[in-house]
Write a protein that binds this ligand. Structure first.
Ligand code: GSH
Length: 217
């Protein structure tokens, strides 16, 4: 098996990196990590060495390079079928893909107003107009997945899938900004926040010293 290398940004701030990293951790495969602190004078040149798209995350799998978090997750699902990164059942899998894609393509208002900031505690901050609409849609999605498909575990589709990887940075935001949640969504956020992989990521985020001003509110 070829060596895997994941190129990521700051663990405190880079939500797209977290998504790919979580999916890769879930496979159990050994991998190297290249961390590029973002928005420094040399960051762009460093990222461009890995991907002409100029963004992290990037996965190198031998001579194959994959950029974009969702494409990386799909690659990992194909490469590590035993990790069951998508639900086994067809209807659940279709829904998991749809909710993952909705997250990947959407919720820009929430993402802009409440940037991921794992080490911060900012209760009530970031509630600009439109943010509550995003929160309401996300929590409705979570309740729907949990009610229809969540009986086998604490994640959206029971066991951990790419849908959870996609929403993990949202769960992190809901912790940082102390968002009021219905009981189902609260239990889901708590379950994500206590995943060993998340604990490892957050501990590393807390140990980082870089501060990106435009990500702080
Ligand atoms: N659609 C991309 C978004 C990637 C993205 O925006 N990455 C940010 C970090 S979270 C980045 O590389 N920012 C650095 C820059 O724009 O210079 C994905 O899903 O991977």
């Amino acid at each position: 098996m070829s060596r895997l290398t994941l190129v990521i940004g700051n663990k405190n701030y880079s939500s797209w990196s977290l998504r790919a990293w979580l999916a890769l951790k879930h496979t159990g495969a050994a991998f190297d990590e290249v961390r590029i602190p973002l928005f420094t004078p040399t960051a762009r040149a460093q990222i461009l060495r890995h991907s002409p798209a100029g963004k992290v995350p990037v996965l190198h799998d031998g001579d194959v390079s994959v950029w974009d978090s969702l494409a990386i997750c799909e690659h990992l699902a194909e490469r590590f079928p035993a990790a069951r990164l998508w639900p086994d059942e067809r209807a659940a899998r279709a829904r998991a893909r749809a909710v993952g894609a909705e997250m990947h393509a959407g919720f820009a208002t929430l993402r802009d107003a409440m940037p991921m900031n794992c080490r911060a505690h900012l209760p009530g901050k970031g509630r600009t107009p439109g943010v509550q609409d995003d929160i309401d849609r996300i929590t409705a999605l979570w309740r729907d997945c949990r009610e229809r498909h969540g009986t086998g575990g604490d994640m959206l589709f029971g066991g951990f899938t790419i849908a959870d990887a996609m929403f993990a940075p949202v769960a992190a935001r809901f912790v940082t900004y102390e968002v009021d949640l219905d009981p189902t969504s609260r239990a889901y956020v708590d379950a994500v926040w206590s995943l060993p992989a998340i604990e490892e990521w957050v501990a590393a985020a807390r140990a980082e010293t870089e501060r990106i001003e435009h990500e702080e509110i």
